[in-house]
Write a protein that binds this ligand. Structure first.
Ligand code: NAG
Length: 161
């Protein structure tokens, strides 16, 4: 009986901590995906990027690509020859460090037509009380974790009964 209770307590703690500790998968451009003639600066303003999150670029393979570049390349809309090119159509980029990150599409005039993204990655401050709550558009990305949390709570409720 005691072990059952401590298991329930452990699960309850996990259930509370999980959605806050887990990283978000952020699809660049939302439903629009990765395309020219879209203002990614405007889109990024409504997002929060935190170390541990994944940036996902979605597009039809062959139509576009994703090149992580430096600030100067970004400004010039030109990638260097040695830059890594991602081209799977579903490119997942883990955000490992804080600071500014730049990405552009190296196909045709796509970058000049706005297919470029600059973001600022924030540190993962965990449960620090001073951390501001994420904006609504960002919390939508975490809905999956809320489902996870509710599932765990259901398990806890079962054990307690
Ligand atoms: C994109 O949106 C930003 C922020 O509102 C704005 O400053 C910029 O001029 C826009 N870019 C284009 C190409 O419309």
């Amino acid at each position: 009986m005691a072990s059952k209770q401590s298991l329930a307590v452990a699960l309850a703690i996990l259930a509370v901590a999980l959605p806050l500790a887990m990283a978000a998968d952020i699809v660049v451009g939302g439903d629009n995906g990765w395309m020219p003639d879209f203002n990614y600066t405007l889109w990024a303003e409504g997002q929060e990027f935190i170390v541990g999150d994944n940036l996902i670029f979605k597009y039809n393979e062959g139509d576009h690509n994703v090149i992580p570049v430096g600030g100067a390349e970004f400004k010039a809309c030109r990638a260097g020859g040695e830059d890594k090119v991602l081209s799977s159509g579903n490119d997942v980029l883990p955000l490992k460090t804080t600071g500014k990150k730049w990405y552009l599409c190296g196909k045709g005039d796509h970058c000049d037509r706005g297919q470029k993204l600059v973001i600022t990655v924030l540190p993962d401050v965990g449960l620090a009380p001073s951390s501001p709550p994420p904006p609504p558009s960002s919390s939508a990305n975490r809905v999956g974790f809320l489902t996870c949390w509710m599932l765990l709570m259901a398990i806890v409720a079962r054990i307690m009964n």
